[in-house]
Design a protein around this ligand. Structure first.
Ligand code: G6P
Ligand code: MG
Length: 218
């Protein structure tokens, strides 16, 4: 049997950090004199920090020189880091540890494939770092999702062919990246939004051992 690998996105899959990203972007928008809604924040899921700021400034009709742009990127991240400072295991999304433990018990290699540059400290805070054989995040990629780069590097690090990798993702761009890498894409969240995924679940509580065992045999 050929080896299979599992790749997890972080934000919205393992932890619900979207609310902290939202607070930090909203604070910046308000300081710049405009509103930023929760609905608009949906567009930021899976999107790199730089691209998020570009979109935010488009929403507020604000233009910025490079130096100012870079300073706002730093401001947003300083606020975000303050909001996640006290994160702990209680913020891990339901049944994620159960699935990780099942994979570990079956000696399945596990990687993180995230756009975030804060992935490692977050995994440390929520005490899940030891589960991961490889961490590929915003610091290791040059091309953002929907480009498959992040997942292809993860597969290579795990020593597993791309078509033998399973990807859990909550963002449309992430599902597209997994599909572009010829991986088995599993959408976590609204099926209408993640319609391009091969399988879809609202959250990990819906993923049972039978389904995971079927994936291991695929
Ligand atoms: C994830 C989140 C995005 C966030 C991106 C970069 O993909 O879903 O909302 O913008 O990571 O995160 P970072 O922690 O590097 O600002
Ligand atoms: Mg995500």
């Amino acid at each position: 049997m050929q080896k299979i690998g599992f790749i997890f996105d972080l934000d919205g899959v393992i932890v619900d950090t979207a609310k902290y990203h939202y607070r930090a972007w909203k604070k910046l928008a308000n300081e710049l004199g405009f509103e930023f809604t929760k609905e608009q924040n949906e567009m930021f899921k899976g999107v790199s920090r730089k691209r998020c700021l570009e979109i935010l400034l488009e929403i507020g009709n604000v233009t910025a020189y490079q130096e100012q742009f870079d300073a706002w990127m730093v401001d947003k991240n300083v606020d975000y880091l303050a909001y996640i400072e006290n994160m702990d295991e209680s913020e891990v999304l339901p049944d994620v540890p159960r699935v990780l433990n099942f994979l570990k018990d079956n000696h399945i290699p596990i990687a993180l494939g995230s756009a975030s540059k804060n992935a490692r400290p977050i995994l440390e805070k929520v005490k899940l770092l030891p589960f991961f054989d490889s961490i590929v995040d915003g610091n290791n990629v040059t091309k953002a999702k929907p480009d498959p780069e992040v997942f292809l590097i993860a597969a290579e690090n795990l020593g597993v062919p791309s078509n033998k990798c399973v990807v859990f993702e909550d963002a449309v761009a992430g599902i597209q990246a997994a599909n572009a890498a010829h991986m088995i894409s599993i959408g976590i969240g609204d099926q209408k939004v993640l319609s391009e995924s091969k399988y879809n679940f609202n959250d990990f509580t819906e993923i049972d051992t039978d389904f995971l065992s079927k994936l291991l045999r695929s």
